[in-house]
Write a protein that binds this ligand. Structure first.
Ligand SMILES: [Zn+2]
Length: 418
């Protein structure tokens, strides 16, 4: 390296790294062939450091030589080398002093790790990050897991009052995980493996561990299919359940389709009409609307089922005080339809009536979780599946938990590449 006075270069790099006394850059070794920059950091002889326990200035007892990978210097890999000192305190004895640019035991500087976490938060997969920074993805995972765990350990659930629950899959072959979200703060609180009766107790334990108060939770939003509805009532005694309105309509859509599939065997005009029965007429093209008009006004069983579904949809536009009466009449109509799939759904809704009608007070639905779920599935696709629950949970927390990571901001003018 020929650029100028070496002392000046050392001072420049000390400033760029944000070092303060007694730490200073004492040497730079630039190897263009190996595309590598080695930065030597040290403290002058006779330096003192604050005792990690009591803070009093202590002399250095001994020191261990360590190396950390730092941000690339342009396209060159950069490494910091320094002696990590141990102080000898008259009160506390021999103690290890932590260097300001890395956490204990880390192979990377904080700035390097901050960049990795930032890339992860922007949706890059650990293997993509690994390729970009030139490290294997096991090391990238270790960094992400460390910061997610650390941020989650500090994360407070004390203000949570409305919780949304949804399940998603980790792999084909029905490996399920359940997401619990704070509906007000619009963030994931907890990811739990499975979707059975133990799911609620796992959530409760994690919720309480993060300062959450079960007595403060007033609402849960979820599907009627959830296997843990009873558990929620027991563990969250003041919470009302709201069954997601889109899931309610989905059940009726499925019933309409079941009726149609049975009926089309004798009524070929019903073939290839599945989506017309699901679609909003307003969104149909003119010719589709015309042929659908004739179908829906017919005496077909499918058309009757569809009219019952449409009436259920319309219920959600009613005033809250009128809704229970209208639901009662709808139930009577549906159960007297002689359409087995419709009767079945009507009974399910009657059984869960309180949760169906609770929507008129809580107005919560699982739209937020549907959005989360598609982000999770997209992340899963980018990663070509998650190899473990731990890895999937780490990515979900990284992307969707709005965690506060304790990481340095990249210093303006510092030696980093982003
Ligand atoms: Zn001390």
């Amino acid at each position: 390296m020929t650029a100028g006075d070496p002392m000046q270069m050392n001072r420049l790099f000390s400033a760029a790294l944000g070092l303060s006394a007694p730490w200073e850059v004492v040497g730079l070794e630039f190897d263009a062939d190996r595309r590598r920059l080695d930065i030597r950091i040290d403290f002058p002889p006779g330096s003192t450091f604050a005792c990690p326990d009591c803070g009093q200035a202590c002399k250095v007892h001994d020191a261990t030589e360590l190396t950390w990978r730092h941000m690339n210097f342009f396209e060159h890999r950069a490494f910091l080398h320094a002696r990590q000192p141990r102080t000898k305190c008259s009160k506390d004895g021999v103690k290890t002093v932590q260097v300001p640019w890395a956490r204990p035991g880390a192979e990377f500087t904080l700035l390097f790790e901050a960049t990795v976490v930032e890339m992860g938060r922007n949706g890059l997969t650990p293997s993509a990050i690994g390729r970009m920074v030139g490290e294997n993805d096991t090391r990238v995972w270790r960094i992400l897991e460390h910061y997610v765990d650390e941020a989650r350990a500090r994360d407070s659930h004390a203000d949570v009052s409305q919780v949304g629950v949804d399940e998603t899959s980790r792999q084909k072959g029905h490996v399920y995980v359940t997401l619990f979200a704070d509906m007000v703060a619009a963030r994931v609180l907890t990811v739990v493996e499975g979707k059975d009766h133990t799911t609620v107790s796992s959530f409760l334990a994690d919720f309480v561990a993060h300062g959450g108060d079960p007595q403060k939770v007033t609402d849960f939003s979820l599907d009627m299919s959830a296997a843990f509805i009873k558990g929620l009532g027991k563990d969250f005694p003041r919470a009302h359940l709201t069954f997601d309105r889109f899931h309610v309509i989905q059940l009726m859509n499925d019933a309409v389709d079941e009726v149609r599939r049975a009926e089309q065997k004798s009524r070929p005009e019903l073939k290839k009409t599945r989506y017309s029965w699901l679609r909003n007429e307003k969104n149909m093209k003119d010719d589709e609307r015309e042929s659908f008009q004739a179908l829906k006004d017919s005496t077909l069983a499918t058309a009757r089922a569809w009219r019952i579904k449409t009436a259920l949809q319309d219920l959600y536009d009613e005033e809250p005080d009128k809704a229970p009466g209208i639901f009662k009449r709808w139930y009577f109509w549906a159960t007297h339809s002689r359409l087995a799939p419709v009767v079945r759904v009507a009974h399910t809704l009657r059984e869960h009536q309180a949760g169906v009608l609770r929507w008129f007070q809580s107005r919560v639905n699982n739209g937020l979780l549907e959005g989360f779920n598609s982000l999770v599935q997209a992340a899963k696709a980018r990663s070509r599946g998650f190899r473990s629950f731990r890895k999937m949970a780490t990515i979900i927390y990284l992307l969707l938990a709005k965690l506060e990571f304790r990481l340095p901001q990249a210093l303006p003018g510092a030696i980093h590449a982003r």
